[in-house]
Design a protein around this ligand. Structure first.
Ligand code: MLC
Ligand code: AMP
Length: 508
């Protein structure tokens, strides 16, 4: 039976004895192991009642088994739904109700609470721990390795990844087998990945970057990964002589530059450093070139679209730009109001179209319609321009979004939590330049008359409700928020007022 994405991986699989992953705790998983164990996991899914098209929601630590589970979902025709390990129970509750998974796979330490949430939407729960063990792995171990893959065509769903919504509710981006296969193939070719490559994989695997860009490209190339559970800059430097490529968010590069061991010599075995998910400062790009002799290759994508543009492999990798549209991707800049295409050099909305662009938002047909133009272009919400040489520049965001260390944070979600507190009159959450995370989540709060609510009170109240990376790094109390004549809060004024709070006193 054809299974569109898995067959594409299978077609480029090297000899079964070749290594797919080496982990930081000394484990080695070959391509043959991958095939056999993903087959066992696929049997275990079927045994748990998972049928083609069912969602399998997964909130687990990064392990080889978590990746095998992704492949098993593909093979069983299920829809993989990865969730950030930092999400709290109230956050999970929303995802479970919206996606209605058949099965939830979670960390054994959280199983007690998650099981009852899952049961409330009719889902079974199995566990998978940070050691790769748990009920799911135990059941899989009893299964045969051969699994007859469920037939899946190019348009069948492979995954749903939730992206937070600017107006509140998170939206599930539906990604098809062909969305993922086409993008992995294009990136593999564009970035020249081959079987001899060794990628340092230190990203989480519950988002597009670590799951699809990194892993799918490696599987498509039949290459190898040094699979690190967490990003540890010292360890990454020590791995450079054994590797050929690194993919990271800008925070990786900022932190690596703080390592004395990062030298031209240490990086001499590497052929490619790639950055994405957030803007890479030209300052970081230049410092990297001076230290290592390598020009970081910056690319641009999003959950809904996979990767859209990339700087060239050969040719100038221009700092502060995200390069050119990838083969097969059409990109245009339009007037955000009238949707009319703009001339070269003008700033407007970035719109994209191609086989990489998702099938729509899960069970939200109106939201899907609202973000596509009549001719099939997807409105990204990013503002940019195309320069005279054809390089795409991202100059801002038309959506109220903060990107902190590569994670998206939607201010509305945090404002709603803060505004609900008894002592708070109103709040505005903004992103402020941060030397480590790129942008630091910052809350500007107006107390209710007579209230003495403190930053610690706010932190305590949101602790169990929002994932840690969304928490404000600073809370600033003011008497009133600046508003324009229409009464709208002027976040640009706030961003300007507080622009130095994380960088003041910084030298160099
Ligand atoms: C961790 N913390 C963060 C944070 N990560 N706070 C804000 N933003 C973040 N990104 C919190 C921790 O909870 C902790 O809180 C404190 O900050 C210090 O933690 P740390 O030890 O420094 O964090 P660390 O584990 O090192 O994580 C930093 C990081 C990580 C940069 C390695 O955030 C990361 O892996 N980011 C990658 C995100 C990613 O994969 N994005 C791709 C999305 S896909 P406390 O208070 O307990 O100390 C996408 C599409 C595309 O965007 O184009 O790719
Ligand atoms: P996500 O929804 O997590 O997939 O985040 C996608 C968003 O990240 C995009 O819409 C952009 O705003 C941003 N992004 C991704 N790559 C880059 C980049 N290289 N430069 C600037 N912003 C980026």
């Amino acid at each position: 039976m054809t299974n569109h994405l898995f067959d594409a991986f299978r077609a480029s699989m090297p000899a079964p004895s070749q290594t797919l992953m080496e982990t930081d705790n000394g484990r080695s998983i070959s391509y043959g192991d991958m095939l056999a164990r993903s087959g066992q996991f696929a049997h275990a899914l079927v045994e748990a009642g998972v049928q083609p098209g069912d969602r399998v929601a997964v909130q687990v630590e990064k392990t080889p088994e978590a990746l095998l589970l992704y492949l098993a979902c593909l093979r069983a025709g299920a829809v993989f739904l990865p969730l950030n390990i930092a999400y709290t129970l109230p956050e999970l509750d929303y995802f479970f109700r919206d996606a209605e998974p058949r099965l939830v796979v979670c960390d054994p330490e959280k199983a007690g609470d998650i099981q009852s949430l899952a049961a409330s939407v009719g889902a079974a729960t199995l566990t998978l721990g940070r050691d790769g063990r748990g009920a799911l792995a135990d059941r899989a171990a009893l299964q045969p390795a051969d699994f007859a893959n469920v037939a899946r065509g190019p348009d069948d769903l492979a995954a749903i990844l939730y992206t937070s919504g600017t107006t509140g509710r998170s939206k599930g981006a539906m990604l098809s087998h062909e969305n993922l296969a086409s993008n992995a193939r294009v990136l593999m070719e564009h970035w020249r990945f081959g079987a001899e490559d060794v990628l340092i994989h230190a990203l989480p695997i519950f988002h597009t970057h670590g799951l699809f860009v990194a892993t799918n490209v490696i599987l498509m190339a039949g290459a190898k990964m040094l699979f690190e559970q967490k990003f540890d800059p010292g360890r990454v430097v020590s791995l450079l002589p054994r590797a050929t490529a690194l993919m990271g968010v800008p925070t990786f590069y900022v932190r690596l530059l703080q390592q004395d061991g990062l030298t031209r010599d240490a990086a001499s075995h590497m052929r490619l450093f790639i950055s994405g998910s957030a803007p890479l400062l030209a300052e970081t790009h230049n410092a990297w070139r001076v230290r290592t002799g390598h020009a970081i290759l910056e690319r641009y994508g999003m959950t809904e679209t996979n990767m859209n543009t990339s700087n060239p492999y050969d040719g100038e990798r221009r700092a502060g730009t995200v390069g050119f549209p990838l083969p097969g991707v059409s990109l245009r800049i339009t007037d955000p109001e009238s949707a009319k295409p703009l001339a070269q050099g003008e700033i407007g909305m970035i719109e994209v179209k191609g086989p990489n662009v998702f099938a729509g938002y899960w069970r939200m047909p109106e939201k899907t319609r609202a973000e596509f133009r009549g001719d099939g272009f997807f409105v990204t919400g990013d503002l940019g321009l195309i320069d005279a040489d054809g390089y795409v520049h991202i100059v801002g965001r038309g959506k109220d979004l903060i990107i902190s260390g590569g994670y998206n944070v939607y201010p509305k979600e945090i404002e709603s939590e803060i505004d609900a507190l008894a002592g708070v009159g109103e709040s505005a959450v903004i992103g402020v330049a941060h030397p480590d995370f790129g942008e630091g989540v910052t809350a500007v709060v107006v107390r209710r008359p007579g209230s003495a609510i403190s930053a610690a009170d706010i932190a305590g109240a949101i602790a169990g409700r929002l994932a840690k990376y969304k928490h404000p790094k600073q809370v600033i109390f003011v008497d009133e928020l600046p508003r324009n004549t229409m009464g709208k809060v002027q976040k640009n004024v706030l961003r300007e007022t507080y622009k130095d709070i994380y960088t003041a006193g910084r030298t160099g």
